[in-house]
Design a protein around this ligand. Structure first.
Ligand code: NAD
Length: 273
């Protein structure tokens, strides 16, 4: 068999062949894991997030190398107009939008009486309102196409609370309500909307916390991992961004057509307790 024929067979076997996906906050961590999984599955991918130009160029060429086209859109998703712009620019560039992953998020930890108002506003804007803005802009496009996959990266903190995370826990609980509402509104249009609820995931953000916490408490890295970070996670292991990528890929696949309005935990048993 000649090489072009082999390449065609390989490409057509890819589950997301011909699909266009936006993954917000995909310059690092979970979003990047999902973007890589989508690219390897044959999708055109729009990367988004805050990073140096050098990192952006490397990630775009890495994702393009894994699959098809990969472009970067630097929309600051704290702004509603920028969220709409991210969706509109994608549709203008690729002529379609099949998969929307709302992943970008930030955290701030503080007792509520000291919680800075600007941190509350920023967390609600990025972790919750950004998804409202992207979904409301994407919905007409997906309805017209009769197909859409919307995945909101929530958290175990969408199901249970921890102290000192009032804004994060509020935003993550609220995004489950948004997920269910959108799922019901779009249920007859070939569009699904689901939330993924990870416990602790091994990302650069979490890795950095380990050394800082070890230093601050005068304990070892292993003690931080098992007695502090993973105290609530019975598996005593972090999920990986590759596992998150696999789950998002499954939710985007034909096998997940009837899965909508759900919150799928990937938390090592945290919320089973
Ligand atoms: P991360 O810090 O590695 O990635 C966050 C991404 O969001 C980055 O690409 C960053 O550039 C982007 N971002 C930040 N501000 C932005 C803005 N204004 N506009 C656009 N993009 C912006 O974090 P992560 O650990 O990969 O977390 C990703 C998501 O997963 C978040 O919603 C987080 O709440 C959720 N989550 C993470 C964990 C975990 O343990 N890491 C657990 C549960 C849920």
């Amino acid at each position: 068999m000649d090489m072009p024929a082999v390449k065609m067979m390989r490409d057509s076997a890819k589950p997301l062949d011909g699909r266009v996906a936006i993954v917000t906050g995909s310059t690092s961590g979970i979003g990047l894991g999902i973007a890589r999984a989508f690219a390897a599955a044959g999708a055109d991918v729009v990367l988004n997030g805050i990073a140096d130009q050098r990192v952006i160029d490397e990630l775009c060429s890495e994702c393009a190398g894994l699959g098809k086209r990969a472009v970067y859109d630097g929309a600051n998703l704290m702004e509603g107009d920028a969220c709409a712009g991210l969706v509109n620019n994608t549709v203008q560039r690729f002529g379609r939008l099949d998969i929307l992953v709302n992943n970008a998020g930030i955290q701030h930890v503080s007792p509520i009486e000291d919680f800075p108002v600007e941190k509350w506003n920023a967390i609600i804007a990025l972790n919750l309102s950004a998804a409202f803005h992207t979904i409301r802009t994407a919905m007409p496009v997906m309805k017209q196409a009769g197909f859409g996959r919307i995945i909101n990266v929530a958290s175990a903190h969408a199901l249970v609370a921890s102290p000192f995370k009032s804004a994060y826990v509020s935003a993550k609980h609220a995004i489950l309500g948004l997920t269910k509402t959108v799922a019901l509104e779009a249920a007859r249009d070939g569009i699904t909307c689901n939330a993924i609820c990870p416990g602790y995931v091994w990302t650069p953000l979490v890795e950095k916390q380990i050394d800082d916490t070890a230093k601050a408490r005068g304990i070892t890295r292993d003690e931080v991992i098992n007695n502090v970070l993973l105290a609530a996670q019975p598996s005593k292991r972090f999920a990986t961004v590759e596992e998150l990528g696999d789950l998002a890929l499954f939710l985007s696949s034909p096998g997940a057509t009837s899965i909508t309005g759900t919150a799928i935990s990937m938390d090592g048993g945290w919320t089973a307790q």
